[in-house]
Design a protein around this ligand. Sequence first.
Ligand SMILES: Nc1nc2c(ncn2[C@@H]2O[C@H](COP(=O)(O)OP(=O)(O)O)[C@@H](O)[C@H]2O)c(=O)[nH]1
Ligand SMILES: [Mg+2]
Length: 179
Amino acid sequence: MILHQYKIVFGGSMGAGKSSAIQALSDIPVLTTEALNTDTAAHQKMQTTVGIDYGEITLEDGLQIGLYGTPGQDRFDFMWSVICKGAIGTIVLIDHSGPNSLKELDFYHQAFKEYTDNIVIAVTHIDAQTDRETTIYRDWIAKQDKAYPLYYIDAREKKDVLLLVESLISSIEVKLAKS
Ligand SMILES: Nc1nc2c(ncn2[C@@H]2O[C@H](COP(=O)(O)OP(=O)(O)O)[C@@H](O)[C@H]2O)c(=O)[nH]1
Ligand SMILES: [Mg+2]
């Protein structure tokens, strides 16, 4: 495992494409680590383990990035703060084929902005037939107080996922240049 590197978190609902994205991008075989729930005070009934995907990519300029996939279910949300610690940002994946995709965007945006203001939004499953336009996400962003980068991607395509990572890194670089 690389210790001194950038860390990027993938968030979003189950089936949105977090594991696919990490799989597509990673230079190493993706690890799915099992994290034990030790927070029994908050989640007494849950003695189960949850899966966190871990992959790594080295970009052309030698920059090494750790890719962390969060467990999607709301009941694992206590894990997100741990996973997000030290991350340079979060890629929120939204499944366009789900009937509540806009609600999910609201929910995951709200959750992850607690940990970072560097968020990229990626809408997946845009090949799916739905009666909702893909423009609803752009309209949603227009109502936010921050202009989040928005991409329409296939999470299984390396070039698509790479674009998200590059977008996140470039917004960090812009911030560093300003400070
Ligand atoms: N059609 C389509 N399928 C996708 C896309 N992204 C992921 N999938 C598929 O959706 C399923 C769930 O993806 P997965 O990466 O396991 O989602 P996760 O629960 O967020 O980790 C898998 O069968 C993927 O192959 C996409 O953009 N379009
Ligand atoms: Mg997964």
